[in-house]
Design a protein around this ligand. Structure first.
Ligand code: CMX
Length: 137
């Protein structure tokens, strides 16, 4: 599977945006509040849109996976996301291989994509997200 994006947990998107925009030359391509995940997100891409974007994730409140991550580990890389052409098929394949996704079924994530997460214990301590091609949740 190809890399879709890299997720970075931050206390405040606005506080770090300048580094990504002015120091690295990236541009914001999408902003969204994903209430179901308890996060506000901003996607940044290079101007030629030639590589995988960065997703900055800021907690919407004190609850949720990103708020918990920031409390226990501090800001930093939160997940790697990979494109899955058929997310339901990949989820079944992983379950059959003894590495069931954290979600029983795909759910709606940022940018209208169906997503699921794989526990960090399967990937050397890194949370992995699979991103479907559309809203096939
Ligand atoms: N990457 C690596 N390790 C992580 C992690 C992450 N993102 N989040 C938690 N962990 C680790 C913790 O450090 C802890 O490790 P130790 O046992 O060695 O101390 C362990 O996992 C358990 O941590 P926890 O704080 O008790 O967290 P939970 O077990 O309650 O939940 C997880 C962890 C990954 C199952 C949960 O965060 C989850 O289901 N995540 C998927 C959903 C998500 O992250 N949504 C936000 C992103 C939304 C988006 O991209 O739009």
């Amino acid at each position: 599977m190809k890399l879709d994006h890299v997720g970075i947990a931050v206390e405040s998107i606005d506080a770090v945006l300048g580094f990504y925009e002015w120091s690295l030359g990236l541009v914001v391509s999408h902003r969204e509040d994903v209430a179901a995940q308890g996060v506000r997100v901003a996607f940044l891409k290079d101007p030629a849109d030639s590589g995988a974007p960065i997703e900055l994730l800021e907690p919407l409140g004190g609850e949720g996976a990103v708020a918990k991550f920031l409390k226990s580990r501090g800001a930093g890389m939160h997940h790697l996301a990979f494109k899955a052409a058929d997310i339901s098929k990949e989820m079944k394949r992983l379950e059959a291989a003894g590495r069931p996704p954290l979600d029983r079924a795909p759910r709606l994530g940022a940018r209208g994509h169906a997503v699921c997460f794989l526990h960090p214990k399967h990937a050397g301590g890194v949370l992995v997200e699979l991103v479907g091609s559309g809203d096939d949740s």
